[in-house]
Design a protein around this ligand. Structure first.
Ligand code: ATP
Ligand code: MG
Length: 334
């Protein structure tokens, strides 16, 4: 057993999840950038373990405080109470930055990113993601106790504001004022509990709909961030495979209309405009920020996104539907 696996086995023992003398079967899952994730088979059943890494597995050095693991556990509990389908947390060892949760078998719960990458783009599923986000934002809105439970401004700044907005501002000095303004506005908005990483790679396609995971960037702040972050991925899939653009456009429209139709009226004030600003900024960040998308490799595609995002930052449309139309025109092939 490797050192890593032995440490996880010890955590299982401490959490009371192993019978005396029992040796679990521990299988490392590939793919985690910020954590080690394991499938664990014990006599009592299968579960999933997640342990935060102090340094993210990306090309540039990117350190992140390991207590983010605890806020993921907290987010999962709040989401479950709000009626979302998420893994149930079975035990947490906060001092080890490890927690154990329900196992969602991949054969029944494929990662949405893989579905999208295979061209299976279902607007109905995107709408269900919009409904799930509306549900957790609505359940946590204007709640000072909830805000206190997530004292994660520093984490969110280090993991989201800096790499996406401020890094991009440095790459586009002529737009620095706009991007820094969006960063300030985002940090100043304290409306609801934000997941912070609503990417298709963090959404499983469960039988009953989306299963949200990976809430290490949880923060009490601007719900527009979740909607914009997720929408970015849908629009970029249509650049990657232009033949899919009708479906990615439909998925984008389904996501935002489902969200806006279901979220609490009190949250709706200004949210569309803030989402539009963040969407343009994060699209640009996915090219020139600290965490660019790996699948847009052709410089012509990257430049189409760059030009369109810059234009949409400078002249923001007034509605998300209008954003979709402009995006199509600006990125369309001649
Ligand atoms: N409860 C679970 N049941 C089954 N598989 C899971 C579970 N949680 C995570 N996984 C699998 O492990 C992968 C990585 O998990 P997660 O996204 O939480 O880790 P991460 O290291 O933060 O990932 P990244 O930083 O790459 O987004 C998921 O994409 C999924 O395939
Ligand atoms: Mg993930």
């Amino acid at each position: 057993m490797s050192e890593n696996h032995a440490a996880i086995a010890e955590c299982l023992r401490r959490a009371g999840l192993l019978a005396a003398g029992e040796l679990p079967v521990i299988t490392a899952l590939s793919g985690g950038v910020s954590c080690d994730v394991f499938r664990i088979d014990t006599a009592a059943g299968t579960l999933c373990a997640k342990r935060a890494l102090p340094r993210l597995r990306v090309a540039t050095v990117w350190e992140a405080p390991v207590d983010r693991s605890h806020y993921e556990v907290e987010w999962l509990a709040v989401a479950r109470a709000a009626g979302l389908t998420v893994p149930r947390v079975i035990a947490e060892l906060a001092d080890e930055h490890v927690f154990f949760m329900d196992w969602f078998p991949p054969e029944d719960n494929p990662v949405w990113k893989a579905e999208l990458a295979a061209g299976r783009i279902d607007p109905g599923f995107a709408a269900a993601v919009g409904h799930a986000l509306a549900a957790i934002h609505t359940a946590t809105r204007a709640d000072p106790a909830m805000a206190e439970r997530f004292p994660t401004d520093a984490l969110f700044t280090a993991l989201r504001i800096e790499p996406y907005l401020l890094h991009t501002a440095r790459a586009h000095p002529d737009l620095a004022d706009v991007l820094e303004g969006i960063a300030r506005q985002t940090l100043a908005t304290r409306d609801a509990l934000v997941h912070g990483d609503v990417s298709p790679k963090n959404i499983l396609c469960g039988r009953a709909g989306p299963v949200l995971i990976d809430a290490e960037c949880a923060w009490y702040g601007d719900p527009a961030f979740d909607l914009a972050f997720c929408a970015t991925h849908l629009l970029l899939k249509g650049i990657w495979h232009p033949q899919w653009q009708p479906q990615t456009d439909a998925a984008f429209a389904a996501l935002h209309s489902a969200y806006l139709g279901r979220t609490a009226p009190a949250l709706r004030t200004g949210i569309e405009q803030r989402t539009i600003a963040l969407l343009a900024a994060i699209l640009l960040a996915r090219i020139d920020g600290r965490s660019p998308v790996e699948y847009l490799t052709a410089e012509a595609d990257r430049d189409r996104v760059r030009r369109a995002a810059r234009e949409l930052l400078q002249t923001p449309p007034t509605t998300l539907a209008g954003f979709g139309d402009h995006w199509r025109q600006l990125t369309g092939h001649p």
